[in-house]
Design a protein around this ligand. Structure first.
Ligand code: AMP
Length: 280
């Protein structure tokens, strides 16, 4: 059975108030829809950590730049409702943009720290303002005890965690490992944009990251190895925004031997921008 769909904050709060009255622990899984197995893994992990799971479906206009893919972003609510039912979601919150951003909306949540690491922020300067603003709203609206975010969007996970802590929002932000296709490509709603030829090439990003992580573990210089991975991808026809080795907690440049690193990449295939990352 598909879960009920709340369209307004009042409807959402009506249900969550009943849950709280019964002493139930709640999880929220924020998404932009076009759901795939990666999203469903977040829902299942939410189910394991809470009594009730809400999935939010909202293509957030504030996190898209003027020349980005807001208009063509895939939308499939009927398919999403069937999928979340299978994964055990108890409620879907799917507001219209006006419900989230009224005509006089004037507030933006902006972070430094992980949001200014010179990675995604360099190429999508308004992205984390949009993410932090909408996720702060979703946390406050849902009152969830725990929130599930994918490691696939690694910088975003750190930004959301920082934001919740800084704003004293009492939600535990949990990172869930990336779900991949059989050939290693990280699942993404945007993979639907890839032509068959591009789709065949796309797993090269994960391969390059794995290869680089192996070399760094064997003692190679992290920055130089990330640079070599970028060159390798460029030679294969990707337009590389960045491949970087960073401190896994702060996203700072590596500065001492033995610190835990994350390799993070963004690259274009034709008109599709792909991101991925891997622990070293
Ligand atoms: P999106 O709908 O792309 O904004 O993603 C919603 C949530 O799903 C975010 O927390 C993403 O990090 C997470 N997510 C997206 N793709 C994957 C994946 N392949 N594996 C795990 N989580 C994912």
């Amino acid at each position: 059975m598909t879960p009920p769909v709340a369209r307004t904050v009042a409807d959402l709060r009506h249900t969550t108030a009943l849950w709280r009255r019964d002493g139930l622990r709640t999880a929220v899984v924020p998404t932009m829809g076009a759901l795939h197995e990666g999203h469903l893994a977040l829902i299942r992990e939410g189910k394991a950590r809470a009594d009730r799971v809400m999935v939010t479906i909202f293509v957030n206009p504030k996190q898209f730049g003027a020349n980005e893919d807001l208009a063509r972003y895939p939308r499939n609510e009927a398919g999403d409702l069937a999928a979340v039912a299978g994964a055990g979601a108890d409620l879907v919150f799917a507001p219209q943009p006006l419900q989230m951003y009224g005509p006089n909306f004037a507030t933006t949540v902006t972070l430094d720290g992980p949001a200014k690491a010179d990675l995604e922020d360099r190429f999508r300067p308004h992205f984390f303002d949009g993410v932090a603003t909408v996720v702060a709203k979703l946390f406050i609206q849902s009152g969830a005890d725990v929130a599930m975010f994918g490691e696939k969007d690694y910088q975003q996970l750190l930004v959301v965690r920082r934001m919740a802590e800084d704003l004293d929002i009492p939600v535990d932000v949990v990172g869930v490992p990336t779900i991949r296709e059989a050939d290693g490509l990280a699942m993404s709603s945007r993979n639907a944009y890839l032509s068959p030829e591009e789709r065949k090439k796309a797993p090269a990003i994960h391969r390059a990251l794995r290869h680089a992580a192996g070399r760094i573990r064997e003692g190679a210089n992290p920055g130089a190895t990330a640079g070599a991975a970028a060159d390798e991808l460029a030679a294969q026809g990707f337009r590389v925004d960045y491949v970087a080795a960073r401190n896994a907690e702060t996203l700072a440049l590596p500065s001492k031997p033995g610190e835990t690193l994350r390799l993070i990449a963004a690259a274009w295939l034709g008109s599709t921008r792909l991101i991925d990352n891997i622990g070293v």
